[in-house]
Every structure is written in structure tokens, then in C-alpha cells.
Design a protein around this ligand. Structure first.
Ligand SMILES: CC(C)(COP(=O)(O)OP(=O)(O)OC[C@H]1O[C@@H](n2cnc3c(N)ncnc32)[C@H](O)[C@@H]1OP(=O)(O)O)[C@@H](O)C(=O)NCCC(=O)NCCS
Length: 195
């Protein structure tokens, strides 16, 4: 999924699924700037052991420059959106809205019907506006890394063609989020079979 989200007099913003180590380094750079630099989060808390196991990262770029990131973790019946971080130079809504929308679209396409978020309590208005979420009732506030957190959720409607058990094999084999164009394994079909 590589989505042009903004055309302005300057340069377009694109949001992509992270698929290689270099892009992951860009994600970690933005998170270091924002969470460690701005919010004084200790390294061990920001890099919490959940970046590689079961997570998909999204990156927003202007040209080649990474300007915003977020992470989605996949559980049995819900997806959890996390670690949204926008470089100060690119705040104002557009980049973050594009990232959040891409994360929700990706989760819906994967067949998820529910998204969970643990958000900084002070940002509730932002989340209500940006992601059309609701506050989870009867869930306690908690805190970590110096901030109060609350739980939000939202329902998703998987689109036609959502990924499922009966998705054609060659579609399922395509790179995460890039299910609408032929992947490298389809091209391999023209090669003669190995014995
Ligand atoms: C939260 C964030 C992703 C939003 O980015 P954005 O959409 O480009 O928008 P802005 O930063 O301009 O802020 C959006 C809203 O959040 C509010 N906000 C942002 N930072 C805030 C802060 N430190 N304290 C209180 N409110 C804050 C803004 O006041 C604004 O509210 P408004 O639109 O009602 O005026 C971005 O501010 C960011 O990266 N923050 C640091 C990382 C972070 O806290 N992530 C969220 C964890 S739940």
C-alpha cells in the first residue's frame, strides 16, 4: 500500500508499509526524535520489544524524508494502533490523519472488525476527531512513561476482497498491504518448475 495523500505546492506525502531494514531505521529515528527527544521517554520504554514480533510499521514521507510513523500490532480479534509520531515540522493534521487512515484501511483489509488504542489522555480530542473512535467504557486509566493513558476503540467493516482463509493463494502471498498487484511469486510462475 503506497498512498499519495497530499498534493500541495511543495511535495506530496506518501504513506507506506515498512518492508525493509532501512525503512525500519527511519521509523526508529522518528520515534527517537519524538518520544525520546520531546517526551523524555527512556530508550528501554520506547523500544519495548514489540517492534519486530507481530507488528506492522507505517511510514509517511515527504519526498525521501521520513516525517511520521506509526505501528499496528495484530491480535486474534483486534488490531492495536500504537506509537503515532509526527516530526514537529510536519504537524497540523494531514500527515497524522493519513497515517491513521492507512492503518485503519490496512486492518479492515486484513479482515479485522475492531481496533484498540491506548492513547495519551490529553489527546482524546485529537483521536476522536482523527479516527472516529469511542472511549471504551468502564476501563481504568493507567500510566506509563510519564503519561496518563485511556483506552479507545472503533469498529471496522472489512471491504469486499478482505483477506481471509479463502483468499487466492497468489494474493495471500503478496507483500503485506500490497495485495492488488502481482507479486514476485506470481512472476516466478513463468520460470520452469524445479524438480
Ligand atoms: C499527536 C500527534 C501525532 C498529532 O499530530 P498532528 O495531527 O500533526 O497534530 P498536532 O500536533 O498539530 O496536534 C493535534 C491536536 O493534538 C493536540 N496536542 C498535540 N500535542 C499535544 C500536547 N503535548 N498536549 C496537549 N495537546 C496536544 C493539539 O493541541 C491539537 O489539538 P487541537 O487540534 O484540538 O487544537 C503529534 O502531535 C505527535 O506526534 N505528538 C507526539 C507523539 C504523541 O504524543 N503521540 C500520540 C500518542 S497517543
Amino acid at each position: 500500500m503506497k498512498r499519495p495523500v497530499k498534493r500541495s505546492s511543495t511535495r506530496a506525502v506518501t504513506v507506506s508499509v515498512v518492508r525493509d531494514i532501512e525503512a525500519l531505521l527511519e521509523v526508529w529515528s522518528v520515534r527517537s526524535l519524538v518520544y525520546m527527544g520531546e517526551q523524555d521517554c527512556p530508550y528501554q520504554e520506547e523500544f519495548d520489544g514489540n517492534d519486530l514480533a507481530g507488528a506492522t510499521h507505517l511510514i509517511a514521507r515527504v519526498g525521501k524524508e521520513p516525517v511520521g510513523v506509526m505501528r499496528i500490532r495484530w491480535f486474534a480479534d483486534f488490531a492495536k494502533i500504537e506509537r503515532v509520531a509526527i516530526r514537529q515540522s510536519h504537524r497540523s493534521g494531514e500527515v497524522s490523519a493519513a497515517l491513521v487512515k492507512t492503518s485503519l484501511d490496512l486492518a479492515a483489509r486484513k479482515g479485522y472488525r475492531r481496533v484498540l488504542g491506548h492513547i495519551q489522555a490529553r489527546l482524546l480530542k485529537y483521536w476522536l476527531r482523527t479516527a472516529n473512535v469511542r472511549l471504551r467504557p468502564d476501563r481504568p486509566q493507567f500510566n506509563f512513561s510519564g503519561y496518563d493513558y485511556i483506552e479507545i476503540e472503533r469498529d471496522l467493516i472489512p471491504p469486499d476482497g478482505a483477506i481471509g482463509l479463502d483468499t487466492p493463494a497468489m494474493v495471500l502471498l503478496r507483500p503485506e498491504g500490497d495485495w492488488d498487484r502481482p507479486g514476485v511469486l506470481e512472476r516466478s510462475q513463468t520460470r520452469s518448475r524445479a524438480r
